[in-house]
Design a protein around this ligand. Structure first.
Ligand code: GLN
Length: 483
């Protein structure tokens, strides 16, 4: 039961073969059984979840609520009223927000049951879920390996059937990469598609909230719930909500009429593992077998995405994180001798090493003497990268590329920060462009899951779902984790 898709389980809820309480209990049991090893949750709210499930059961199944009775989880970077929200950081260890993020409100309106808050790299800075101040996340397919990050906890909870779907955030790959390393589906929506009201910001010009699920259809359902205009986020697009699930009533089986662009700089990358590369090649051949035309395209500025991203993201982070000052909320140092020391010690004690590194880097690149040399250049490169995407998409419907050059690696094996940043080579550029990307599972290499990502034009998530669905159905990689 807990390994079915939302689409399947909804049919059973509607027929009253099971109820919301039974479903919630089953998920909580799976969490109890597995989470000591997996580390998907920082905070769990079992009593509240069961209470909500009982209330729903008393009222009875409501077909107008798209997620009626469905247990889900959310990344701990999203504000949840009356649920502790730490962003994976000690500095927010005691923070319980008095309000919920827009996306959390939307989940609740849709009748979803939020089980708890997912583990993450501190303030979403990381690629493995090892930078959490609370615990390390582990990959359900091999617990010696990383789950990916920063939304590692969200990906783990969905992959290991602790819940049916989850929300994460993607600033430079944090949804697509853990989805890929854990063998599930993850979407970074178009910038502006989903309101960030109530998101504890990392880098505001890059951050997007998006869903994880085990099938493409479930991912489309989640986006239908969380998208929509919200005036409390000034970057929220005025577009109304769309029902992305309509397409699945009669989905196209093949890829006739679709042209897929293959950006050669992704496939020629030297960091690519051979087995992963082989699987990507096979996936392209399978896409052709079901009717897709493929075309090589070029994105010459891809190589500069790491430098550009880490300058821009750190600059924005240094500004966003200035609000954690030990005065307004979160950790405050004991008995500082003056105000200066209060700021300094609260932040020194509250922030982890990676966060401090980025604040230092960010304030440096923004400082008067260096702004033109670093930040301004990075912003110019960003524009070129966006143009690369736009040019490539002029010739094709979507682009297809690997997500991670290698499968999930051993925990603790990458300790050099620069080496870690290199791992993001395939995901960072998309956020610099603002365009949407869907990560889908395409098979296994070295006994671990491999994902590929589909990029599309702004607000064309529907096309990503269409192509993603045909591919996973054909490859047989939808909902593949065996309990
Ligand atoms: N790994 C990247 C970083 O550390 C991306 C993280 C993210 O998308 N939140 O910044």
């Amino acid at each position: 039961m807990i390994n079915s898709s939302i689409t399947e389980i909804k049919k059973r809820l509607a027929k009253k073969e099971i109820n919301a309480t039974e479903l919630t209990k089953a998920c909580l049991e799976q969490i109890n059984k597995t989470d000591d090893t997996l580390g998907a949750f920082i905070n769990l709210y079992p009593e509240e979840a069961l209470k909500k499930a009982q209330e729903l059961d008393q009222k009875g199944y409501n077909p107008d609520q798209a997620l009626w009775g469905i247990p889900v989880s959310v990344k701990d970077a999203l504000a949840t009223k009356n649920m502790r929200t730490t962003a994976g950081s000690k500095i927010l260890e005691t923070f319980t927000p008095p309000y919920s993020a827009y996306v959390v409100e939307e989940l609740e309106k849709a009748g979803a049951i939020i089980l708890g808050k997912n583990n993450m790299d501190e303030f979403a800075m990381g690629s493995t879920c090892e930078n959490s101040a609370y615990k390390k996340g582990s990959n359900p397919w091999n617990t010696d390996c990383v789950a990916g990050g920063s939304s590692g906890g969200s990906a783990i909870s969905v992959a290991s059937c602790q819940c049916f779907a989850s929300l994460g955030t993607d600033t430079g790959g944090s949804i697509r990469q853990p989805a890929s390393l854990c063998g599930i589906v993850g979407l970074k929506p178009t910038y502006g598609r989903v309101s960030r009201y109530g998101l504890l910001a990392y880098a505001s010009s890059l951050d997007q909230i998006g869903p994880f699920a085990r099938t493409v259809e479930d991912t489309a359902l989640m986006l239908s719930v969380i998208a929509g205009h919200d005036e409390r986020d000034s970057t929220s697009s005025p577009r109304a909500k769309e029902d992305f699930t309509k397409y699945f009533e009669n989905p196209q089986k093949d890829l006739q009429g679709i042209t897929i662009g293959l950006p050669k700089e992704f496939f020629e990358n030297k960091a690519m593992d051979n087995e992963v590369a082989k699987l990507c090649q096979q996936t392209i051949e399978e896409a052709q077998k079901i009717g897709a035309k493929v075309k090589e395209v070029s994105m010459p500025n891809l190589a500069y995405s790491i430098a550009s991203y880490y300058i821009i993201a750190s600059a924005e982070a240094s500004s966003n994180l200035a609000r954690y000052d030990g005065i307004r909320y979160g950790h405050r140092t004991n008995q500082p001798k003056d105000l200066d020391e209060l700021y300094r010690m609260s932040r020194t004690e509250g922030f982890g090493e990676e966060v401090q590194r980025r604040i230092l880097l960010g304030t440096y690149v923004l400082s008067a003497g260096y702004y033109d040399a670093y930040y301004k250049k990075a912003a110019q490169v960003r524009r070129l990268i966006r143009e690369d995407y736009e040019n490539a998409l002029k010739e094709c419907d979507v682009l297809l590329a690997p997500v991670s050059p290698i499968v999930a690696w051993k925990k603790g094996s990458v300790t050099d920060p620069l080496q870690m940043y290199q791992m993001d080579i395939f995901t960072l550029s998309l956020n610099l462009s603002g365009l949407p990307g869907l990560s889908i599972p395409v098979g296994m290499a070295h006994n671990m899951p491999v994902g590929m990502q589909i990029f599309g034009s702004a607000f064309d998530e529907a096309k990503l779902f269409q192509v993603g669905h045909s591919l996973v159905e054909h490859l047989g990689t939808n909902n593949q984790y065996k309990l």
